[in-house]
Design a protein around this ligand. Structure first.
Ligand code: HEM
Length: 511
């Protein structure tokens, strides 16, 4: 009888332990509760016990799989629920719900979920784009300067002058067009953030691009980030730690290499005008972070801005070679103001006269969104929305792929859809830059950088496919040529113009 009781106790303890373990790793909306309202979430694909939709999701992240997967979420409606380990993601598939939840409810949908690997180990908890609100607010206050009109005018001059080496390298080495796009995007951001010329070797540049891609690719990839409770285990059991920690140390070392010279220059008062010198470390701004945080902030801005601009320029080229009539119309518009008895390069002063080019930029970002899903916006209070009740802790995730297909003839590249009087406002009705309080802080800088490069490329170069193209395969994650393109200078007059402008700029700089 006594033996029987002990067995019963053991079984009961075993069952209780399994129950507790299972409850610990369940998403909040599925946890067992004695009281309180019943949560109700939008439909979503069927999942498996414990892991939910995690394996489908990770599987879809393989090359070529992610866009179709994100696009398939539209079948569940304007929102789709994914249970990913202990995390719940609500994919936002329409502009209406995106606006309601990310913009109008911004006060309670600004947090980022805790991700032990990607924000902790890889980023030392300091990369602004995925930093939790408590540590993020101060950096955001300072970064807001990037959106101010007076700063943008200064940045505009730099963007125009950095576009000259871009045109010159297209002329001299057209086959390396993708590298020139990368260099232009990074140079513009470097000058803006750190000041002065970017004098890095190809290896150093590749290293920087590599770590940026590595970081982006690992957002939403590690199992541990979907079961963040595992981070509470004793250190000796965290077998995944050394691998990610080593990666994080490498990223930090690369950032340090880029940061040290500018920090030293600011301290000894030899730094050139820049965001770091004139804003971040300027005594009037009273930045409250420490040096390490300042380093991560500055280098995160370069990485976030540079790589997204690079990818968008590549997408632009794909859009142009596959839509020659759009290219011809844009060129005719530019020619009308820059090419007649005299010839000159288009620039930011032409912005208001070239609405079709502004529309092209918006359409590039809609047609093939540079950021297919925006990092999660986590809910910090229970929320009733429509017939649903969302628990605190779920994450709203902008599914820009699904949103892009919501437009009329979504698969077609039609810049004219944006000619509605708001084409110059790049975030009007477009979710490519995220939204709410976390909206990309560099969207105006990006718009200017894209406008300068795009008008000048259309004006000066003919572009065509140099092999078979698949407009769905942009092959962004590579330092080599992503797809085959042939670039050719348009005419001797355009070649002479580039050479003249470049020589002039070199002379001015030398004086
Ligand atoms: C076409 C180019 C770009 C695209 C598509 C893009 C897209 C995005 C997206 C989707 C986010 C997240 C927004 C959210 O969570 O709702 C973001 C954040 C951010 N972007 Fe951009 N971006 C671009 C260019 C730039 C540029 C040029 C800069 C710098 C001047 C920049 C700096 C940042 C920073 C610092 C953040 C994090 C903001 C924060 O932590 O509050 N981005 N961007």
């Amino acid at each position: 009888m006594e033996l029987l009781t002990s067995i019963h106790i053991c079984i009961a303890i075993g069952i209780l332990a399994c129950f507790l373990l299972r409850e610990t790793f369940k998403p909040k909306d599925q946890k067992w509760r004695l009281s309180g309202p019943r949560y109700k979430l939008p439909p979503g694909p069927e999942g498996t016990p414990i892991f939910g939709n995690l394996f489908q999701f990770l599987n879809a992240r393989r090359p070529g799989g992610f866009v179709p997967y994100l696009s398939s979420m539209r079948q569940h409606g304007e929102m789709a629920t994914l249970h990913l380990g202990s995390q719940t993601w609500i994919l936002l598939n329409s502009r209406r719900v995106a606006s309601d939840l990310i913009n109008k409810q911004g006060k309670i949908t600004t947090e980022r979920p805790y991700m032990p690997v990607v924000s902790g180990l890889i980023s030392n908890g300091k990369r602004t784009v995925i930093r939790q609100t408590a540590g993020w607010t101060e950096g955001r206050r300072v970064m807001h300067h990037l959106l101010s009109g007076s700063a943008l005018r200064v940045y505009g001059d730099w963007q125009e002058s950095e576009s000259l080496p871009l045109l010159l390298s297209y002329l001299e080495q057209p086959e390396r067009w993708y590298f020139h796009n990368f260099r232009y995007s990074t140079t513009v951001l470097y000058r803006l953030v750190m000041g002065g010329k970017l004098e890095k070797t190809k290896a150093e540049l590749d290293d920087y691009q590599q770590i940026t891609m590595e970081f982006v690719q690992n957002i939403g990839r590690s199992m541990i980030d979907f079961f963040p409770e595992m981070d509470k285990l004793p250190q000796v059991l965290k077998l995944w730690r050394p691998y990610w920690q080593k990666m994080g140390e490498h990223h930090r070392a690369v950032f340090q290499q880029w940061w040290d010279p500018i920090y030293a220059a600011v301290c000894n008062k030899t730094a050139k005008p820049s965001f770091v010198r004139d804003t971040l470390l300027h005594p009037d701004v009273k930045y409250k972070g420490n040096e390490e945080e300042a380093m991560y902030l500055a280098t995160s801005v370069i990485a976030a801005g540079g790589d997204n601009t690079r990818m968008t320029l590549n997408t632009f080229i794909m859009a142009m070679v596959s839509n020659p009539t759009v290219f011809a119309r844009a060129r005719a518009d530019i020619d009308a103001i820059c090419y007649g008895d005299t010839i000159r390069l288009p620039g930011l002063s032409d912005f208001t006269h070239l609405p079709y080019v502004s529309a092209i930029i918006k359409e590039v970002l809609r047609w093939r969104p540079t950021v297919p899903i925006v990092p999660p916006h986590q809910l910090t209070e229970d929320l009733h929305y429509g017939s649903y009740l969302f628990p605190k802790g779920v994450s709203f995730v902008l599914n820009t792929i699904a949103i892009s297909q919501e437009y009329d003839e979504g698969e077609c590249f039609k810049p004219e859809r944006w000619l509605d009087g708001n084409e110059d406002n790049i975030v009007h009705d477009l979710w490519a830059f995220g939204g709410g309080r976390r909206i990309c802080v560099g969207y105006k800088v990006a718009q200017q950088a894209l406008f300068v490069a795009i008008t000048r490329m259309i004006f000066c170069f003919d572009m065509s496919p140099n092999g078979p193209l698949d407009t769905r395969n942009l092959n962004h994650i590579t330092v080599d040529e992503p797809f085959p393109i042939q670039m050719k200078i348009r005419s001797p007059a355009h070649e002479a113009l580039i050479l003249k402008e470049s020589a002039q700029a070199t002379k001015t700089e030398a004086n």
